[in-house]
Design a protein around this ligand. Structure first.
Ligand SMILES: [Fe+2]
Ligand SMILES: [Fe+2]
Length: 293
């Protein structure tokens, strides 16, 4: 589906109370776009929000980053964490605040965030394993990949309930039911939301294409290789998160990954034990991250 299809335009017009991201998000994005911005400058902007300062300091001193020393200034924290982590903290906090309640009674918001956390942690684990150069982004992209589902359940409740009805009656997947009722999927809604929020392009594409990852390769002009990698990593992590048994990722769950993506990521049984251990650790870190922010 093209980003601006008629079905999508008509559907999103029904959303009357879409949460907005805080002004701080725009400020940080603007500062990040200027390569001359120093950690002190970003620190001054963040200092205007004491709650954010305390979150960033807690985070940098937490197990999530494994930084041994006690970091006490925001400038030091920015130097250690990097600009994009700070932006990700603001983004994640705002999203969790905006979408933390149940919409439709058929939607379990706790289960949703658990799935999101697992997908983020597994995606990060895959990125670490592959020595990708966008590890933080991978975690946040995984965490936010299904935002379209939460928008559908909380802001388009009548449509969501119709989807569930068709899903149960016809005994089909959620995705197939969305396609049949709405002529689009939560991927299209998530992509729309990410564009509306001016999120970086790789996040837009992950939200839009995590169920049809190969579409990223067919784009004109071609997507950046990092964007395609991120879509592939989150697609794989989404599938693996659904097959977790007692906190452990199972090799058998690879069957649900698109074969081309699986080959591209070189997901093989050899080395799986190591990956499983690393992923357990990442899941623990992700829980710590979400408790702090
Ligand atoms: Fe999804
Ligand atoms: Fe998902």
């Amino acid at each position: 589906m093209s980003p601006e299809s008629t079905e999508l335009k008509a559907l999103v017009q029904k959303i009357t109370d879409l949460p907005t991201l805080p002004a701080m998000m725009a400020t940080i994005t603007r500062l990040m776009q200027d390569p001359r911005t120093s950690a002190e400058e970003l620190g001054r902007a963040i200092a205007t929000d004491p709650a954010l300062v305390s979150k960033v300091l807690k985070l940098v001193n937490s197990a999530f980053y494994g930084f041994p020393g006690r970091i006490s200034t925001i400038t030091q924290a920015i130097v250690i964490l990097g600009f994009s982590t700070i932006r990700n903290v603001v983004l994640t906090t705002s999203v969790l605040k905006a979408f933390n309640k149940n919409g439709s009674h058929a939607f379990d918001v706790e289960k949703f965030w658990e799935h999101s956390l697992l997908t983020g942690a597994i995606a990060r684990s895959l990125a670490v394993e592959r020595e990708a150069n966008f590890i933080e982004e991978t975690f946040i992209a995984g965490l936010l990949h299904d935002m379209g589902r939460i928008v559908l359940s909380q802001k388009l409740t009548a449509e969501f309930d119709k989807v569930i009805l068709v899903k149960e009656k016809a005994n089909i997947s959620q995705l197939a039911a969305e396609q049949s009722v709405l002529k689009l999927t939560h991927g299209d809604i998530g992509g729309w939301l990410a564009r509306k929020w001016n999120l970086p392009i790789p996040f837009v594409e992950v939200m839009r294409l995590h169920h049809s990852p190969l579409e990223i390769l067919a784009q004109e002009p071609p997507a950046q290789r990092d964007t395609a990698n991120l879509v592939f990593l989150v697609h794989a992590a989404d599938a693996l998160s659904k097959g977790i048994v007692e906190g452990k990722v199972q090799f058998s769950a690879c069957a649900a990954i698109d074969p081309k993506v699986r080959a591209d990521l070189k997901l093989e049984e050899a080395g799986w034990d190591r990956f499983q251990l690393r992923t357990e650790e990442e899941i623990g870190k992700a829980r710590a991250f979400l408790e702090i922010i």
